[in-house]
Design a protein around this ligand. Sequence first.
Ligand SMILES: C[C@H](N)C(=O)N[C@@H](Cc1c[nH]cn1)C(=O)O
Ligand SMILES: [Zn+2]
Ligand SMILES: [Zn+2]
Length: 475
Amino acid sequence: MVEFKKLSECIEKKQEIFIDRLRRAVEIPSVSAEAGHRNDVFRMIDWTQKELEKLGATCEQIQNGKQEMPDGTILDLPPVLFATLGQDKSKKTLCIYGHLDVQPAALCDGWDSDPFKLTERDGKLYGRGSTDDKGPVMAWINAIETLQEMKVDIPINIKFVLEGMEESGSVGLDDILIKHKDSFLSDVEFTCISDSYWLGKSKPCLAYGLRGLCYYCVEISVCQQDLHSGVFGGTVHEGMADLCWLMSQLIDAEGTIKIDGIHEQVAPVTAEEIELYKKIDFDIDDYRNDLKAHKLVTDDKVKILMNRWRFPSLSIHGIEGAFAGPGAKTVIPAKVVGKFSLRIVPDMTPKAVDKCVIDYLNKLWAQRKSPNQFKVYPTKGSKPWLADYKNPHYQAGAKAIKTVFGTEPDYICEGGSIPVTLTFQELTQKNVMLLPIGACDDMAHSQNEKINITNYMDGTKVLAVYLMELGNCSS
Ligand SMILES: C[C@H](N)C(=O)N[C@@H](Cc1c[nH]cn1)C(=O)O
Ligand SMILES: [Zn+2]
Ligand SMILES: [Zn+2]
């Protein structure tokens, strides 16, 4: 086993190279949700392939067909990048998943610097994708590169599955993985994903649960084109008024979901779980301060954590077709599409949730007695995921964290969703672990997303030590 002190020094010496690698990754605006950036997603995949090839990996881009956008345009889906490093039959194989696409971002959203120029301020690296998920993907590359330069024999074979559509529902990925179950995935013994965040700012953690996601569109059309509200106001049934009324019936002021049949699907909380949650090191005042929230829905630590991980939540995201710019445009939109989603937990399933949501909205629509055209439909849904954190694979992760930070990790769940996690678990029938490197205040998906330099560098160390620990791991 490589001496940690030496490994740590080698990683520290390469800090500028590693930051530069992340800088080049962030500079490619690989926003999967925007048609105008689709080529950048392709570019990002090509660029990462070259980085992996420099490590000696054999790469293959698995083509992923086409995607029809809501306006009817057809776009090529980015390929999924498969990479293989090492094919030693005497070694076990680790599969690393990550994503190379990012959420949309623009300076005018309220960023303090260009989201696609990695900018260092106070030991933090700001930029879209810095923590979600380009930083962690680069940290894997950094870790392998360092071990290779130190001439260390990595005790496992490594496979990468890197996609470019995660932030848009991982379109096509499950089908590709299912097709490669008996080939590329057949020898996978462990899967590790670094695409989530610590619970706090200083204590590392391992995550063993994710919520699933069910996303919905509610479409209301009034007429053929937008109307002048002075000329036509008072003569038509306004779609925005219908939609705002419908959306206001989804949750109450406390955030409790009002849709019939949702709460009944949630697995009952056990006394043992409550005890587990009580022990988690989580400062509720810090959390509120970080968010600069006026007030949280409760000051009870266990309830807040359970609301994040153990119970469903419903969020209203936006209205397509509605006026959202500055100024005072006076228009009646011809058609509006409301967007909301539910994060779902065991024992909820997208199928059962879809039925409740659609039945509930149809019931409300009948009450509204509007003559407008109404349609509600789910976009992609994903199930929640839970893993066995007592598996030796988690012990390898914990040992790596102990080596780098001198402390045991917290074992936590994550409120977000990475749908492919469950797919890996089901297809390989092996343990999957989430090993985050970013801090709780990294603000993924938001303005001023960042990763701390310390997290990026220590994260690289943890991933390198974890690769070495896997050599002794029998899952
Ligand atoms: C936790 C992960 N880094 C993440 O951000 N996942 C997204 C997945 C998603 C699904 N549809 C769009 N994005 C999330 O939880 O929102
Ligand atoms: Zn992510
Ligand atoms: Zn994300």
